[in-house]
Design a protein around this ligand. Structure first.
Ligand SMILES: Cc1ncc(COP(=O)(O)O)c(C=O)c1O
Length: 496
């Protein structure tokens, strides 16, 4: 047993680290959701986690109304799975579900993990070998970084995110006519990085080392969409020996893009992408629930044990390899039956075409929000907030509002009844702090208008502060924050 002195020393160390984080303004807290606020923050893009039809479908899947529950396919287990997938946790139900999912996404095979986080870590940590190279987008999700830490690959090279986003690349040029270049100038971009690698390493050049290219389809913080067609064309052109393997994280794009099938299917690239990671905790809406309907209280209890599941779409041989080597699959208890049943219910809904109306409604709302925010940008771009919003309307439900004062703006929106979140460094690079807005199918035009009205109020207020403040720009946000925090916002608003 450790002595009190040792424990105290550890506590002192931990306190010190936390104090440093706090000093840097990076201390994280768990916030309880504010009741009654309009959701412009969660990843539940299609609002499926609150969808009544899906709730009913799930109840049917769970078979709760009958004594003889249809659980034979889950080994009679209504709750936990009983163990790791490799021991007692496998079932006919999960295998059927994997077949349903792989068919829907036009993949040869699928393998379910307990989360997309685990899927990424499992995949990246066990597939690349010591001689292989991982090229990853510098904005890639933390789970890929964690997988890379565990990977045997010694070369992990980042490339500039912008280089795979269509709007910032130069206009498209025919690869063959242009000597294998798409006209990209960025020396840190994917194309330049790969060319340098090919030039300096003959094992890469002659197809003896594998190159894994990791990117996301729809980026969770920037809301921009990767130009996968360009990436596929370029990789195949520069690595004609076929040693380029593209891995696309579709955590945020399934459900939303390509009739729910994701970006890869939307572009018809499923045969040119080596593996896709799909998450069921975002648009698929299966990351637990907050069901407060009294008749469904038992259901609430069940849903509290839901996990955020994820899966990998890949070839049958890659699936078998992962079953043998992916430690995040092997050394963990597999998914519970209610988790699987919820995913199954959502996929039935997607397959039936019923989800289309939600996807269409979501797109209408996205376009409306984009127009409103652009109009704010045009009017306030030279103001104190340092406001910027993406200039091209896309089908992404994630819209970042860049500002110098994301915490102040987010707090203002929250106190006005809208849940939005500030995203600051280190989650995003310094200087790219923003408020992240997520649109959901169940939001309304009126809610979006009110949110934009609230943002406008904040911008006007900041303008007033700027005019009055003689202490310099750097303190405007702090002053705004202090005023908002002390609840004076309402008093100030009539003056604006
Ligand atoms: C791009 C991306 N990949 C993977 C994950 C992990 O997903 P999950 O919540 O299913 O573990 C996330 C979660 O935020 C993500 O944004």
């Amino acid at each position: 047993m450790k002595s009190t002195v040792q424990v105290d020393n550890l506590e002192v160390t931990l306190r010190g680290r936390l104090a440093q984080r706090e000093y840097q303004g990076r201390l994280r807290h768990l916030d309880a959701p504010i009741p009654g606020v309009v959701d412009f923050s969660s990843n539940d893009y299609l609002s499926f986690s609150q969808n009544l039809i899906l709730r009913k479908a799930l109840i049917t899947q769970l078979g709760v109304s009958s004594e003889k529950t249809p659980l034979a396919s889950s080994n009679g287990r209504a709750l936990g799975s009983g163990g790791s997938r490799l021991l007692d946790g496998n079932s006919a139900f999960v295998e059927q579900l994997e077949r349903k999912i792989s068919e829907f996404h036009r993949s040869e095979a699928a393998l379910l993990f307990t989360s997309a986080y685990d899927a990424n870590v499992g995949l990246i940590s066990c597939v690349p070998g010591a001689e292989d190279v991982i090229l990853y987008d510098n904005l890639i999700h933390a789970s890929i970084h964690d997988g890379m830490r565990l990977s045997r690959a010694t070369r992990k090279i980042s490339f500039a995110h912008e280089s795979i986003i269509r709007r910032v690349r130069e206009s498209e040029v025919d690869l063959k006519k242009n000597g294998g270049s798409m006209g990209v100038k960025d020396p840190k971009g994917l194309e330049s990085t790969l060319k340098q690698l090919i030039h300096s390493d003959e094992r890469v050049r002659y197809g003896e080392s594998n190159i894994f290219i990791c990117l996301e389809a729809l980026y969770s913080m920037d809301g921009d969409i990767a130009d996968l067609q360009y990436v596929c064309d370029m990789i195949e052109y520069l690595l004609p020996n076929g040693n380029g393997y593209i891995i696309v994280d579709e955590a945020h794009s399934v459900g939303v893009l390509g009739d729910g099938r994701g970006l890869v299917c939307q572009l018809g690239l499923q045969d040119r992408i080596w593996a896709r990671v799909v998450g069921f905790g975002k648009a698929i809406g299966c990351a637990g629930g907050w069901f407060i309907n009294v008749q469904l209280l038992w259901f609430f209890l069940l849903t509290t044990i839901f996990l955020t599941l994820g899966g990998i779409l890949c070839s049958s041989i890659a699936r078998l390899y992962l079953i043998n080597y992916a430690r995040t699959l092997i050394y963990t208890t597999s998914m519970s039956f209610p988790s699987l049943a919820s995913i199954s219910a959502v996929y039935d809904y997607l397959i039936s075409g019923e989800a289309e109306k939600h996807q269409q409604q979501l797109q209408i709302l996205i376009q409306h929000c984009h127009v409103k925010l652009r109009s704010l940008y045009v009017r306030f771009k030279s103001g104190a907030a340092g406001l910027s919003v993406p200039d091209c309307a896309s089908s992404s439900p994630i819209i970042p509002i860049f500002t110098r004062y994301p915490k102040s703006l987010a707090r203002h929106c929250q106190t006005s009844g809208f849940m939005v979140r500030p995203i600051v460094a280190p989650t995003v690079p310094h200087g790219q702090e923003r408020v992240r807005i997520c649109i959901h199918a169940a939001n309304t035009i009126e809610q979006i208008d009110s949110l934009c009205q609230s943002i406008e109020t904040w911008l006007r207020y900041l303008g007033t502060m700027q005019a009055a403040d003689t202490r310099g720009k750097s303190q405007i946000g702090d002053a705004a924050e202090a005023v908002l925090a002390t609840g004076l916002r309402e008093k100030l608003e009539p003056k604006l």
